[in-house]
Design a protein around this ligand. Structure first.
Ligand SMILES: NC(=O)c1ccc[n+]([C@@H]2O[C@H](COP(=O)([O-])OP(=O)(O)OC[C@H]3O[C@@H](n4cnc5c(N)ncnc54)[C@H](O)[C@@H]3O)[C@@H](O)[C@H]2O)c1
Length: 263
């Protein structure tokens, strides 16, 4: 897939995180001009390291910051082909102990973020997509938690299920409006990043496993392929959905989980 994205302009949120960084580097390697975005002051040397064009501070819950980001991309590049919503947080807590503030913050990052960003980018991506054989492409990183339930993840599952249907509804609406913007979601299971490390620690704190090692062992065993994903496994799926190879993928959910939800 080298050069598959030659000259395409991409925006990746959550770009300094475990999955976002590898997605940015993978899109850049395929020829895309990548703009990375993440929380302010999180990106020393990030653009150079990933081969990306630039980095912008962006809190995905801030509507005004989204407007500024899209306007800046339009001014500098005149196009936006690919938008990857990666930014996300996880609250690992019993339902009865989850505070309304935790619930709302998780919804703000995981659901408001893709809503605000898709809304802000729609016009520019429709304009860009009109000139491309298979349109422009929005990819939302959901989770297997958007497909099946999981203990200590009630709010997280709710947020990831919400963006799954949000993606499908955007796909339907954009087609109805004649916008050539494909919208798809990606559903990973366990991916070896800081987020999974945090989840494993919380499992131990809640007495679901005696140690982080044991919790990790149990999680790995739940994957029929015998391992958790590496970020590159997810990045390859994103690269595919971003490319013309995926020209007929629209409103779909791409499950990248080593068989986790097939059993
Ligand atoms: N790691 C996994 O096992 C796994 C599995 C399925 C889905 N996911 C999803 O993949 C995405 C990336 O997860 P990860 O494992 O790389 O986690 P991570 O914690 O390494 O990265 C998350 C990134 O999101 C950024 N972020 C958080 N709040 C933000 C905000 N308000 N504005 C902008 N950026 C913000 C963080 O700064 C961080 O860089 C998340 O949406 C997560 O829910 C992860």
């Amino acid at each position: 897939m080298n050069n598959a994205l030659d000259g395409r302009v991409a925006l990746v949120t959550g770009c300094t995180g475990g999955i976002g960084k590898v997605i940015a580097a993978t899109l850049a390697q395929a020829g895309a001009v990548v703009v990375g975005a993440d929380l302010p002051d999180a990106a020393d040397g990030w653009a150079q390291e990933t081969g990306s064009a630039s980095y912008r501070p962006l809190d995905v819950t801030d509507e005004g910051a989204w407007a500024d980001t899209i306007a800046a991309i339009d001014a500098e590049h005149g196009a936006l082909d690919i938008l990857v919503h990666v930014a996300g947080i996880v609250v690992v807590e019993k339902l009865e102990a989850t505070t309304l503030d935790q619930w709302r913050r998780q919804m703000a990052v995981n659901v408001d973020g893709p809503f605000l960003g898709t809304k802000a980018a729609a016009q520019l991506m429709a304009r860009t997509g009109a000139d491309r054989p298979h349109g422009s492409s929005i990819i939302i990183i959901s989770s297997v938690a958007g497909l099946i339930g999981s203990p200590l993840h009630t709010g997280y599952c709710a947020s990831k299920g919400a963006v799954r249907l949000f993606g499908k509804a955007c796909a339907m609406e954009f087609s109805a409006l004649g916008y050539k913007i494909r919208v798809n979601t990606v559903h990973p299971s366990g991916v070896r990043t800081g987020m999974v490390d945090h989840i494993m620690s919380r499992f131990v704190e809640h007495g679901f496993a005696p140690s982080v090692e044991k919790a990790t062992e149990q999680t790995v065993a739940a994957h029929p392929m015998g391992r958790m994903a590496d970020p590159i496994d997810i990045a390859k799926a994103v690269r595919y959905l971003a490319s013309d190879e995926a020209g007929y993928m629209h409103g779909s959910e791409l499950v990248v989980d080593g068989g986790y939800t097939a059993q």
